[in-house]
Design a protein. Sequence first.
Length: 444
Amino acid sequence: MVEIASQDMHSSPMRHDSDVVSVFRPKNLWLTFAVMVFVLLVAARMPHILIAGRFWGEEGPIYFYNAWTLPWWQALLRPDMGYLNFPGNGAALIARYAVPLEDAPYVTTIIALFLQTIPALFIVTSPDRWLRSPVVLLAAVILLATPPEGDEVWINTATSQFHLAVAAGLCLALDIPARKAAFIRLAFLLMVPLCGPATVALVPLFLARAWLERDRSRGLQGVALLIGAVIQFAVFYYPMKGRGHMLGPSVLASVIAARHIALPLLGQDLARVVAADLRDSIRAAQPPVVAFLVVTATSGLLAAGIACARRAVSLWLLAAAIAIAAISYFGALAGGIDLITVDSDQRYVFAPASLLDLTVLSLAATGKARVSAIAWLFCSWLIVTGLIQATCPHPSIFASGPDWKNEVRRWRRDHSVALSIWPSPWNMRLPMPNAPPSATGSFR
């Protein structure tokens, strides 16, 4: 069992002594190019977000409203929706005090874009040998930038926690860099549980890998993540009505079949048909036999590929995906059977789906000839379907919304009006500066 945790089953994991790879040095122009490709793909998915600037969902009536009405330290440390969301609180505070109200959404949007880029930065600065291939590196950033279920989590601080969960999964699976990069990732793992509870599921995996490999650095990563998790749950977390669902085997198999198999392989239109049929079967109390068979066959194929490849990176990427999926689906707001869809609740699926895509890529890059060929076939298909879905028209609820500057002009004429934000019909009511705040912002 100790051997399976190593990067190569026939050799011990290497410790790389080189410093963090700088993407700005001429010799690393390829890495800079890979990051640029990622950012351009992210921006091109729904460009109106960056052009118009926006507050999305909780960014407005919760995080920015708190920043507008509360002392800064209360706004920074205030938990909402059941937990502390440090990116949401922190970005709203910066937007509140750094720029005029007309420009505030641009600040939160740019911060969200940076946070969304962190997984790509971890990829390009990784010392792993399998990521040194330009083809593999480019495939990795394209997969990260074109998930089939990404619209809900795109460039907003309210859901940046799920991009950071992907980055935490990468910290678990990839080799530990040296010096400054290792310290940066250690600090990241300490803070990431304060951004949302999803990464707490990775604590046992970090500690297990440290124990299996007898690796002190892995142990420090696990301890850092554990400390952040303890702070989140001991200080900020509180139960919220509507969270926590017992997912029976039929519901779980249906969610996996619809969202992790049908959607990336068949596209949105066919996946919607699959999801609707599965929901009808569950409601009719009929076991989804086909879903069970498809999930079992897919899981067996993936497990066989990992066993043949004998590479730790694939094992830990898969383990991270399963762990985050488990805690996300169990704690989903209004989850259960409602998760059997492809259009809503994308935030719970995004991180596991991204890590599963990278698992397939790792098998393609590190597996033996037959495993690699099959994995490359699937990986190529995932890239094609991801690019197609990323460039198709997106639902207006995600891709467009009210003009913020017009809303601010209305509010400056009459401070009693509500400012409309994305998605419609969400809005928030801001009191005049220095005026006593009302009890809460307006969600809808």
